[in-house]
Design a protein around this ligand. Structure first.
Ligand code: HEC
Ligand code: HEC
Ligand code: HEC
Ligand code: HEC
Ligand code: HEC
Ligand code: HEC
Ligand code: HEC
Length: 343
């Protein structure tokens, strides 16, 4: 089946450009979220790149990788990147269209072949600085050169990927590639700000009200972030079990003794500034823990072992096999020697 859409040759601008009008009044959120030159912004804002703008492909103009009998390469030609797959007998040269992610856990490419979209079988991993098998790629030996290049995406896959990695791009359950806004922009979390903006433009400030997300409880926030990061119910009902679920923070957090569905100190935004890049200094999270774990606070238990870097012991990191990336376990707990990973 051919998809109904035609991919535009020039992609529309990133969400950062389109949210520029918001910056006039919301500089605090916008500057942190997108960064001044797009280098230091949050990774959510950059969850998708057009190939023309993909920094990783610019900085690595010649990537090569051998997997079984197949040789892979991605070569930069100006603003384009050509993905080549060959087994010595047959060969495919494909123009990459989209780059998903920053590459911390992997950057995966989407290309078009005979009117269908495919997910590349190899991805770039920052940790190792090269290509490797895409996480979750179909197991086993590909049956032909097309399968070796990638996995054909169903229309449902296409909608799902873009719904989580772009903003305002889904119309009637399908991706509108002409309206594509790369990355998770303001309106993905806050809902449409069209009336809000128009109200200010027409001076009708009363009509400008936006829902106040700071009123959300921990549970409401877990549900909202869980639309993409997966909710407790998503994982509890359909898995995965074991180490593979460490990347689903709302699920892990809810299984922790610290979790309280109404207490905002344990909401995602209790620890994370949702408008800023991820804080990498573990000690910066200490005050989030001691907000509850102090002799004077609600959770009276304090630590007999240490007074700082709490998360380094109580939120251990795990590498999902094949991800080349360590995820932080949000099931906060006392980690016992030789424990098996608690589901
Ligand atoms: C529309 C989907 C979507 C929603 C809603 C969403 N996220 Fe994300 N988030 C992503 C994607 C996709 C990434 C990965 C970005 C990348 O690396 O390419 C991400 C990455 C992150 C990261 C950074 C990880 C890193 O290693 O830098 C944090 C922290 C985060 N999200 C927290 C939240 C919180 C908190 C909420 C709710 C307030 C939320 N997210 C809601 C899609 C979403
Ligand atoms: C339900 C929402 C959702 C869907 C559907 C989804 N993603 Fe993601 N994706 C996320 C979130 C959230 C993250 C960040 C957390 C993580 O790494 O698990 C992420 C991370 C990634 C990363 C790693 C980013 C990095 O910087 O390391 C890649 C690559 C990626 N997604 C590609 C895809 C592709 C390709 C598809 C479609 C086949 C897809 N995703 C479908 C939500 C989603
Ligand atoms: C990943 C989801 C997400 C994205 C994307 C996002 N916000 Fe927010 N925003 C939130 C949440 C959650 C809160 C409430 C924070 C809290 O709990 O204190 C919030 C709060 C706010 C507030 C109220 C002040 C505050 O900090 O509490 C403003 C203003 C705001 N956001 C503007 C923006 C703008 C402008 C953008 C785009 C540059 C944006 N947001 C992108 C989730 C998001
Ligand atoms: C002319 C100035 C102006 C512009 C432009 C503007 N806003 Fe606002 N915005 C405000 C003011 C003032 C408030 C506080 C109103 C209130 O408290 O009800 C606000 C409140 C918000 C909130 C509510 C945050 C919360 O949870 O309390 C969000 C979200 C928001 N704006 C997003 C946006 C987005 C997205 C854009 C761009 C599409 C935008 N705004 C453009 C002035 C502006
Ligand atoms: C009690 C504090 C705390 C809460 C609450 C919390 N996080 Fe985190 N989160 C952390 C710490 C600490 C890290 C690791 C930061 C680093 O990389 O050094 C982290 C990392 C992450 C990452 C990066 C990927 C990874 O696994 O390392 C994502 C995405 C994320 N959190 C999402 C969320 C979401 C979504 C919620 C709400 C369901 C949430 N967090 C609630 C403390 C918290
Ligand atoms: C919303 C308040 C709150 C926050 C924030 C919070 N906790 Fe807790 N935590 C609790 C409660 C309540 C318990 C249950 C036992 C108790 O009353 O102390 C608990 C239990 C624990 C336990 C014992 C778990 C076990 O396996 O027996 C540890 C360890 C812990 N928390 C560490 C942390 C760390 C580290 C942080 C920050 C990353 C943190 N907590 C953030 C409320 C919180
Ligand atoms: C060096 C690793 C380490 C660091 C850092 C650390 N802890 Fe602990 N923590 C432990 C261990 C191990 C235990 C279990 C002690 C035992 O049961 O003998 C524990 C126990 C706890 C308990 C349960 C106490 C009880 O009475 O049941 C809480 C709560 C706690 N830690 C919170 C914190 C907080 C908050 C911080 C940061 C201020 C922190 N921890 C820093 C290793 C650490």
């Amino acid at each position: 089946m051919r998809l109904w859409f035609v991919l535009p040759i020039v992609l529309t601008l990133s969400a950062a450009h389109q949210d520029a009008p918001c910056a006039a009044c919301h500089k605090a959120q916008t500057d942190k979220y997108y960064g001044h030159v797009g280098q230091h912004g949050s990774s959510m804002a950059r969850a998708l790149y057009s190939v023309a703008e993909a920094e990783i492909l610019e900085k690595n103009p010649k990537l090569a990788f051998q997997l079984g009998k197949y040789s892979y390469s991605i070569q930069r030609r100006g603003k384009e990147s050509v993905y080549t797959v060959t087994d010595g007998k047959s060969r495919l040269d494909l123009d990459l269209k989209f780059a998903f992610g920053q590459g911390a856990a992997g950057q995966t490419y989407v290309f078009e072949h005979n009117g269908q979209l495919y997910e590349s079988r190899v991805s770039f991993y920052k940790e190792i600085g090269r290509l490797d098998l895409t996480m979750g790629a179909p197991p086993g030996e590909p049956r032909n050169i097309v399968e070796a290049a990638g996995r054909e995406m169903t229309p449902k896959d296409v909608t799902a990927c873009f719904a989580c990695h772009t903003t305002n791009s889904i119309e009637k359950g399908l991706v509108n590639f002409n309206a594509l806004r790369a990355g998770v922009g303001c309106e993905n979390c806050h809902g449409s700000a069209r009336k809000h903006l128009e109200a200010f433009q027409s001076g009708n400030v009363k009509a400008a009200a936006m829902p106040k997300l700071a009123n959300w409880s921990a549970e409401e926030q877990s549900e909202a972030c869980g639309r993409c990061h997966r909710t407790w119910a998503d994982i509890a009902t359909s898995g995965p079990l074991g180490l593979h679920n460490v990347r689903f923070q709302p699920y892990r957090l809810a299984n922790s003794k610290c979790y309280d569905s109404v207490d905002r100190r344990i909401a995602c935004s209790g620890c994370h500034d949702v408008h800023a890049p991820l804080e990498k200094n573990i000690a910066a999270y200490d005050t989030k823990c001691t907000a509850c774990h102090a002799a004077t606070s609600s959770a009276k238990k304090t630590c007999p072992k240490a007074q700082s870097n709490c998360a380094s012991c109580h939120m251990p990191r795990f590498e999902i096999p094949g991800s080349h990336h360590q995820f932080t376990d949000h099931m906060i707990r006392i980690v016992r020697k030789n424990e098996t990973y608690p589901n």
